[in-house]
Design a protein around this ligand. Structure first.
Ligand SMILES: [Zn+2]
Length: 136
């Protein structure tokens, strides 16, 4: 069983040099002040997406979590197997906690019948419970 303690990161406003035509935003760890480009965030990294067009929770925050293979989980987004795709109010994952806090994700709230609050991507299937990403 693998466990990844979640860490909070924020945008510094800085960008890396262009590499293959792309400049990556530089992120800072709120605990340690370490800085990395967004692509290199560790598994379990949490941050708030900035800008329009990202799926947001009822509190207006779009919280993201880094998974395996550089995959980004939009916790406030829509699950691919959502059973209520036409309903805009519910959340497929119910997030508890805001920026900088311990995040817990489950199905305790206005939600659909998709899954049990877990996240699945290539190489990982698990839960984010009490600030720890854990496979199952
Ligand atoms: Zn849903």
């Amino acid at each position: 069983m693998a466990e990844y303690r979640c860490t909070w990161w924020e945008y510094t406003g800085g960008y890396s040099e262009f590499k293959e035509g792309v400049a990556s935003p530089i992120m800072r760890n709120l605990e340690t002040d370490d800085e990395v480009i967004s692509r290199d965030l560790p598994i379990g990294a949490l941050w708030i997406a900035e800008g329009d067009g990202y799926p947001k929770g009822p509190d207006g925050l779009a919280i993201c979590c880094r998974l395996h293979g550089h995959h980004t989980w939009f916790i406030d987004g829509r699950a691919s197997d959502c059973t209520m795709p036409d309903d805009k109010e519910h959340r497929c994952w119910v997030r508890h906690g805001i920026g900088g806090e311990t995040i817990h994700v489950d199905k305790d709230g206005n939600t659909c019948a998709a899954g049990a609050g877990s996240i699945a991507t290539t190489g990982f299937h698990g839960f984010l419970h009490h600030g720890v990403l854990r496979d199952c």
